[in-house]
Write a protein that binds this ligand. Structure first.
Ligand code: PLP
Length: 252
């Protein structure tokens, strides 16, 4: 049975997550704190009804993430969402196929695509963005497969610089925000820091050295419901939290 959260539950859960983000941010050591003032909270609303998005927006949330192109397109074009959430900022956080790029680029209020993991995809997005009339760049993250699991999307850590170089050199309509990872879901924190996050940190160090960038100019999107506080403690600037805000997902 589908469990719908009662009125106000989303706002309450959101408030709690915002407080936990603030506490984790406050507790960072000074090295990490100097790289990022305030991590961004992306509320991951995949599979959840628009009423929940509208409630979270009314409670102050602005950044929302979706995984599936069709669902993102439908929600972003929804009349009520457009009306109630004029300043919403959409993040595409799921795997993106080249033939669906135009749909995503055309979305009203698209903020960024977090899942750029091939040169071809970067080129396709760049071309689609460059054809738009508004002359705006689209923000992207390069997604890294830090866990080495073959079924996961993301570019291999060793080739991150090739993709970043391609974006910087050949994709003038894209603005690189940083690197993103999903990582293994089952890391036991009692055994030490999440190695996926450590790998992403190493990738950033390599990118900074190779591209002559400062670490504070290369964001890290990492951390979900079960590990966002740990992710913030090691330097995440963008956490993607779904079920802790919106409740467990029911997949049909
Ligand atoms: C679903 C999803 C999330 C949120 O997961 P929760 O565990 O529900 O917080 C974050 N990032 C990506 C890429 C996802 O697909």
């Amino acid at each position: 049975m589908l469990r719908i959260m009662a009125d106000g539950e989303v706002a309450k859960a959101l408030k709690c997550v915002i407080e936990r983000v603030a506490a984790a941010t406050q507790a960072r050591n000074s090295d990490i704190a100097s790289l990022c003032l305030q991590p961004r909270l992306v509320a991951v609303s995949k599979t959840k009804p628009k009423e929940m998005i509208i409630e979270a927006y009314a409670a102050g949330q602005r950044h929302f993430g979706e995984n599936y192109v069709q669902e993102l397109v439908e929600k972003a074009h929804d009349k009520e969402i457009l009306e109630c959430c004029p300043d919403i900022k959409w993040h595409m956080i799921g795997h993106l196929q080249s033939n669906k790029v135009k749909k995503v680029v055309d979305i009203p209020n698209i903020y960024c695509v977090e899942t750029v993991d091939t040169l071809k995809l970067a080129t396709t997005i760049n071309t689609a963005v460059s054809k738009q009339s508004n002359n705006k760049k689209l923000k992207i993250f390069v997604q890294v497969n830090t866990s080495g699991e073959e079924n996961k999307s993301g570019i291999h850590p060793d080739t991150v610089n090739d993709l970043v170089t391609h974006v910087q050199k050949n994709c003038p309509s894209l603005q690189l925000l940083g690197l993103m990872t999903i990582g293994a879901f089952d890391h036991d924190l009692s055994t030490g820091p999440n190695p996926d996050f450590q790998t992403l940190l190493k990738c950033r160090a390599a990118v900074c050295e190779f591209q002559c960038l400062e670490p504070k100019d290369v964001e890290l999107s990492m951390g979900m419901s079960n590990d966002f506080e740990h992710a913030i403690s090691v330097g995440s600037t963008n956490v993607r939290v779904g079920s802790t805000i919106f409740g467990a997902r029911n997949y049909k």
